[in-house]
Design a protein around this ligand. Structure first.
Ligand code: TYM
Length: 331
């Protein structure tokens, strides 16, 4: 049986959070052995909001390094920068012409990111068409993402279907791969808001490279509620339920195991143990991160990854252009 193709990406638009890890990266690592995997750093997406050039360079390298530090094996999975494979920008434009304005206006991520802003870049609006191109270039079967990307995935499926209908069977229709637990890790200061690397309050998220003292401090200050019991109840106890999800995901336990372990104990003990569980889960990643950074090997990893990615992407792009009626370069 041929392996299923898996593709996903993370924006280098800030430090990666525990939400990025639990919702996405952890699954990248789990999927790499059984599937044919492509994981990229989506720098072309990051520039849909203004980026400082030096910061973009630094964060791009940091995300690629974190991929490897979190356990991705560059020999198994192709790790690359989106901008190193020009087919993304080119198919992105072609997919933009296939997308209706009404569809883009309905995207909740666009609504959230543009709300209250005076000048909103057009790139932010057409962002989902580029994301569709990213996925469709690789004949992707599975896209591991957190819950917030579900709507973009649905649009990708619609666009692929529309293209196939208009121009003949060209694209594989991808499926989202969203974890049952941890698909939406919430902010530490508000259990109804997503944990986000772009939040102005650094205490609301834990980054993958946070020092143990900072992790302990952030968890001890994390919002809970007036109750006392460590019970999983998203409706009535969103903050405690979120902390329990983080505990379960970082320790490998089920939510039921976490709940029964803390029966009859207060939030204090639970939070103290949670901080240690998170510190221990991140420690191997942090030390590997330092080693990879010192070795300078990420340049070679990204070069190899871009070569492997280009080989697949260029074939798809050629087929797409032929189907649409573009004249081939060599007649
Ligand atoms: P981005 O960079 O915002 O987030 C990267 C991944 O992390 C997941 N995630 C979360 N999961 C659980 N809880 C959270 N609080 C949380 N915050 C983020 C996201 O769902 C995502 O899986 N549009 C994408 C990047 C992208 C992409 C692609 C993804 C561009 N092209 C092609 C897949 C395939 C984004 O902005 O992710």
């Amino acid at each position: 049986m041929t392996k299923q193709r898996v593709l996903s990406g993370i924006q280098p638009s800030g430090k990666l959070t525990l939400g990025n890890y639990i919702g996405a990266m952890k699954n990248f690592v789990a999927l790499q052995h059984e599937h044919d995997c492509f994981f990229m750093v989506v720098d072309l997406h990051a520039i849909t909001v203004q980026q400082e050039p030096a910061a973009l360079r630094e964060q791009s390298e940091a995300v690629a390094t974190l991929y490897v530090a979190a356990g991705l094996d560059p020999a198994q999975a192709s790790i690359f920068m989106q901008s190193h494979v020009p087919a993304h920008a080119e198919l992105g434009w072609l997919m933009t012409t296939m997308t209706y304005i009404g569809e883009l206006e309905r995207m909740t991520q666009f609504k959230d990111k543009s709300e209250g802003k005076e000048a909103v870049g057009a790139g932010l609006f057409v962002y989902p068409s580029l994301m569709a191109a990213d996925i469709l270039l690789y004949n992707t079967n599975l896209v591991p993402v957190g819950d917030d990307q579900k709507q973009h995935l649905e649009l990708t499926r619609d666009l692929a279907g529309r293209f196939n209908h208009r121009y003949g069977d060209t694209f594989v229709i991808p499926e989202p791969f969203i974890p049952k637990v941890g698909a939406r890790i919430m902010s530490l200061d508000d259990g109804t808001k997503k944990m986000s690397k772009s939040s102005p309050n650094a205490g609301s998220f834990i980054t993958l490279l946070d020092a143990p003292e900072d992790i302990r401090k952030k968890i001890s200050r994390a919002k809970t509620d007036l109750g006392r019991e460590v019970i999983f109840d998203v409706q009535n106890k969103p903050e405690v339920s979120n902390l329990m999800t983080i505990f379960a995901q970082c320790s490998g336990q089920t939510l039921e195991q976490v709940q029964s372990a803390y029966e009859g104990q207060g939030y204090g003990t639970f939070k103290k143990d949670l901080a240690e569980v998170v510190v221990q889960a991140l420690e191997p990643m942090q030390s590997k991160y330092a080693d990879i950074k010192a070795s300078g090997e990420i340049t070679r990893i990204l070069r190899d990854g871009a070569e492997r990615a280009s080989a697949v992407a260029e074939v798809t792009l050629r087929n797409v252009k032929e189907a649409m009626g573009f004249l081939p370069r060599c007649l």
